[in-house]
Design a protein around this ligand. Structure first.
Ligand SMILES: O=C[C@H](O)[C@H](O)[C@H](O)COP(=O)(O)O
Length: 223
């Protein structure tokens, strides 16, 4: 039983003819894109933007019409994965390095649907290292500023090289352990010069679809 596929395919049912759709990134969003691709082959009419080069490529392979972000206008729904989801619908995202485009696309969407297997549900965010996207200029200075904030950063690596995002930036993964106040930390991090954005998504998710171990779906809507 593939729990990611179950959650992602449930979310794909929300997409209707004529909608403008944001396509997330990662191993769960992958299944949503494939399901939408099947439906496009069966005649579903949508326009989409992707949150990463990988999702852009996958969507194009399925024949999903991809429109440049600055031309598509407001999106109806974005379907994306998450690394952690708390009971207040706050998220950690960016395990796949796509957090910046994901946050921009989510901010431009009427509805953000998060899909995941049940293991992503946590009582408190922070066990998963929080990704922070950092510009290469003065990166050691920014790294030090993250250390001074108590974030315990570690550069993400790609073999011997530092990992680079689709935007040409670095990722510092911050081992926070327990994030007491996600809203406050989100602002503090984004106020540091050199930080482009971070993987905390606060008050952004509208619906969370979790597939549980027995294959049943736990679907929650933020009021
Ligand atoms: O940068 C990647 C994204 O935020 C992903 O949506 C997130 O890491 C979850 O990925 P997955 O569905 O592969 O666990």
């Amino acid at each position: 039983m593939n729990l990611k596929k179950i959650a992602a395919e449930r979310a794909a049912e929300y997409i209707k003819d004529g909608m403008k759709v944001g396509l997330g990134t990662g191993s769960t969003a992958y299944f949503a894109i494939c399901r939408l691709g099947e439906r496009v082959r069966d005649g579903l009419q949508i326009q989409a933007v992707a949150t990463s080069e990988a999702s852009d490529k996958l969507a194009r392979e399925w024949g999903i019409p991809i429109i440049p972000f600055d031309q598509i206008g407001r999106l109806d729904i974005t379907i994306d994965g998450a690394d952690e989801v708390d009971p207040d619908f706050n998220l950690i995202k960016g395990g796949g390095g796509a957090l910046l485009r994901e946050k921009i696309v989510a901010a431009n969407s009427d509805k953000l649907i998060i899909v995941a297997d049940g293991s992503k549900a946590v009582q408190q965010l922070g066990q998963f290292p929080l990704p922070v996207e950092v510009v290469p200029f003065a990166s050691e200075w920014t790294f030090q500023a993250l250390e001074n904030l108590g974030c315990r950063p570690k550069w993400r690596m790609n073999g011997d090289e530092r990992y680079l995002t689709d935007n040409g930036n670095l990722i510092a993964d911050c081992q926070m352990e327990a994030i007491e106040n996600a809203a406050e930390l989100n602002v503090k991090l984004n106020m540091l010069p050199g930080v482009v954005d971070n993987g905390l998504f606060v008050d952004m998710a509208d619906t969370v679809i979790l597939a549980k171990d027995d294959g049943s779906i736990d679907e929650r809507h933020r009021s």
